[in-house]
Structures are given as structure tokens and as C-alpha cells.
Design a binder for this molecule. Structure first.
Ligand SMILES: *Cc1c(COP(=O)(O)O)cnc(C)c1O
Length: 400
């Protein structure tokens, strides 16, 4: 087998028109979002307007990161010390981190083998802990049955915040991910669907909620310079009671995101062509389970996951090492200690320890891989063939 030589962390360059826009902002010297002249809308405000239109939400706040968007959403809902917030047992560290950031306690909900929230466990935990909110993580772009989820949350009066770091551009039954609850949180960090190094959005249709979020983001009294904000009178009762916790986006990052946003739909098609090619090749491989994607889901295949439900930890290690030796970087969520961006709930010691037997059994066999757009379709076929080859070798040895 020929080794693969592509880089799993190499992004595409920032488009030339985005680079020109950034240079123009730098030439102007007006990098701060409120440093505008006359009626000019700065790039940050333009971006809020454009992203709200893309998302189909009334309001959008551009901020410094996806993690900041989640913390701000929790704060704007009034969640704080001692409150319980539900989230997925399988997610990345900034999600329990956002809950810890407001002094609340994360209560972890089990997932299914299709890597989505287990709605039975959700209902049981709502009854057991009386949570103040659910911070749903659409982890690795897998959407649970959003209609069923909203039904459960509405029945029990639990507000929903969505972590859409991996579902920017995705939808369920034609409705955009991030539009199902009070707020959607998005990241424009380098490894997500738009790239400004760091950055994020908070979207909502609720005027008072977003007014609090805008004040929290460090708006001083300049909230009228936002691109997708409610009218000034909504701020009257909020502006003096809401602390300033600076996390504004600047015009430089916003300028490079604006032109990228116009290419997002094209890029989603490019990601899905790559993802589906890999998924199709691996679906038939012995001992491999590729999570099911329901008809209602329009996903963004910026990463790929598969399970080896019957493999031992030794076999999982052998697959990771065997793939690595052939140039393919797989992340294993069942490892004892966290590696790079990958950790599981046992490594979040700031969250009270919780028993999640179902999630643990799934993570023990879960492998995950990035799909950068710098990979060609031929590259993806090569990567899939390497994975099939290594899995075959390891499972045959296991059986022998
Ligand atoms: C990246 C990520 C975030 C937040 O991203 P920031 O790095 O804070 O912009 C949130 N949730 C998940 C699942 C992520 O992968």
C-alpha cells in the first residue's frame, strides 16, 4: 500500500478577494468594530447582517470565538453558579468549558451509536436534575431528531442553546441548525467551516436575549452600530444592568469572513463529495459501522467518523498506529489520556464525574478524521483504501 502524503491540518489559503478586503481594512487603520466614519457600517456589522441573512435568523452577534458565543448565550439566559446545564457526553472541551465558565454544572447525556443525543436518557436526566438549559452539541456534524428533541425540551420547559461549531450550513427538515432554540453558537476558528483564525457568531430571534448578549460582548453604548440587532428601545432596560465582558469581533477578521461566507455553499458541496466518497468505500468493510444519516438531515461532511464496535483497545491502537504509518491521521476517542484536540468526559475533571456506560462503550470504538478541502477526491479514495486495508489487517490478526 502506497503511503498517503497529504496534510490533515492544511487548510486552503484565504481567498484573494478576502486578502484584498483585509488589506483595505488595515490601510484604513479602523480595525475596531466601532471605529466607523459617518453612516459607514464596519465590516463586523456587515458580517452580522450577512450571517443573519444566511442563517435566516433575525439577529446575529459577531464575537471572538465559538466558546465565547456559548458562554455569552448561557449568561444572557441568566444561568450562573449552581445551575445545572445538560450537554452531550460526547463533545469537545470548549462545551463543558463554557458551562464551567458561568459557574454552572454540566450534566452529561448519553449518546447513541449514530453519535447523537440519546433522547431517553435526556428525558430521564431532565426529571432527575431540573436543568436550567440544554447546550446541545451537534458534535462532528451529527444532528439528532431535532423535532423529537424540541418536543421533549418544550414539554419540560427547558430552553435550548445549540453548539453549531460543526453544523454551520447544516439543516434538519429544511430548517437551519442553530434555529431550533433560543440561540445558535458558531465558530470561525481555522478548523471549522469559515476561517478567521479565531471568531464566532451568536444568532437568535429573541430581541431581549440578543440585546443582553450584545451588551455582554462589550458594546459600551454603541449597540446601534450593530448590523443585525434589535432597535435601541429594546436596550433601554438592559443597558445599565448588563456587565461588559469584552469579546467583540474586529473588522479585520470580519473582512476575511465576509467573502468566505459567499463561498460556503460551494464548499459544503465540496466537503460532502469528499465525505460521501470515503463513507461509501468504508460502509461495506467488515467490522466497521458508519453512522446512519437520516433523510431529514443535511449535513456538512467536514470530518468523518466510523466505529469498530467489537474491537479491543489493543486493536484500536493498532488501527491508529497502522493508519499513521501510512500517513492517515485517525483520532481515537477511547484513549485513556487526551491527545491534541481530542478528549473524553473522563478528562474533564472540573465537571463532577458521571457514569455514562453507553457513551463510553461507543467512544471505545470510535475513530474520527478531518477532511480538509485541500484533499482531492483521489486523495480521499486513497485515504479510504488505507483505512480499509489497515482495519482488515488488524481484524484478521485479531480473529487468528
Ligand atoms: C471548536 C468547537 C467549539 C468552539 O470553538 P472555539 O474554538 O471556541 O471557536 C465548540 N464546540 C465544538 C464541538 C467545537 O469543535
Amino acid at each position: 500500500m502506497q503511503p498517503f502524503t497529504g496534510s490533515f491540518t492544511q487548510q486552503e489559503p484565504i481567498p484573494e478577494d478576502a486578502i484584498s478586503a483585509a488589506v483595505e481594512v488595515m490601510r484604513s487603520g479602523r480595525l475596531h468594530r466601532y471605529n466607523t466614519v459617518g453612516d459607514e457600517l464596519g465590516a463586523a456589522a456587515e458580517l452580522e447582517k450577512a450571517y443573519a441573512a444566511y442563517q435566516g435568523s433575525k439577529y446575529c452577534l459577531a464575537c471572538t470565538s465559538g466558546g465565547y458565543a456559548m458562554q455569552t448565550a448561557l449568561r444572557a439566559l441568566g444561568i450562573g453558579a449552581g445551575d445545572r446545564v445538560l450537554t452531550n457526553g460526547f463533545t469537545l472541551a470548549p462545551v463543558p468549558g463554557a458551562i464551567a465558565g458561568v459557574g454552572a454544572e454540566a450534566v452529561l447525556v448519553e449518546i447513541t451509536a449514530d453519535l447523537v443525543l440519546d433522547l431517553d436518557d435526556l428525558e430521564a436526566k431532565i426529571k432527575a436534575v431540573a436543568p436550567k438549559a440544554m447546550l446541545l452539541s451537534n458534535m462532528r456534524g451529527h444532528l439528532c431528531d431535532m423535532d423529537a428533541l424540541c418536543g421533549v425540551l418544550e414539554t419540560h420547559g427547558v430552553p435550548l442553546i445549540e453548539d453549531c461549531a460543526h453544523t454551520m450550513g447544516a439543516s434538519w427538515n429544511g430548517k437551519k441548525s442553530g434555529s431550533f432554540g433560543i440561540a445558535g453558537c458558531f465558530s470561525t476558528q481555522t478548523y471549522k467551516h469559515l476561517n478567521s483564525g479565531e471568531g464566532g457568531f451568536l444568532t437568535s430571534d429573541d430581541a431581549e436575549f440578543i440585546a443582553r448578549a450584545i451588551m455582554l460582548s462589550g458594546s459600551y453604548m454603541l449597540y446601534e452600530r450593530h448590523g443585525a440587532a434589535p432597535p435601541a428601545e429594546v436596550f433601554t432596560d438592559i443597558r445599565l444592568d448588563t456587565p461588559n465582558m469584552s469579546g467583540r469581533m474586529d473588522n479585520l477578521r470580519a473582512s476575511i469572513l465576509l467573502t468566505q461566507l459567499s463561498q460556503l455553499e460551494t464548499n459544503i458541496d465540496r466537503w460532502n463529495a469528499r465525505h460521501d466518497l470515503i463513507a461509501d468505500r468504508l460502509r461495506g468493510v467488515n467490522s466497521v459501522y458508519v453512522p446512519h444519516r437520516p433523510e431529514e438531515e443535511r449535513y456538512v461532511g467536514s470530518s468523518f467518523q466510523f466505529l469498530m464496535p467489537d474491537a479491543t483497545p489493543e486493536m484500536m491502537q493498532q488501527v491508529v498506529h497502522g493508519a499513521k504509518a501510512l500517513g492517515v491521521e485517525l483520532k481515537w476517542f477511547g484513549a485513556d489520556s487526551p491527545v491534541g484536540f481530542t478528549s473524553n468526559h473522563q478528562s474533564w475533571r472540573y465537571v463532577p464525574a458521571q457514569t455514562l456506560p453507553k457513551t463510553d462503550a461507543i467512544l471505545a470504538g470510535l475513530l474520527d478524521m478531518r477532511i480538509p478541502l485541500t484533499f482531492s477526491l483521489e486523495d480521499c479514495a486513497h485515504v479510504a483504501d488505507i483505512i480499509a486495508h489497515v482495519v482488515g489487517r488488524v481484524t484478521q490478526k485479531g480473529a487468528a
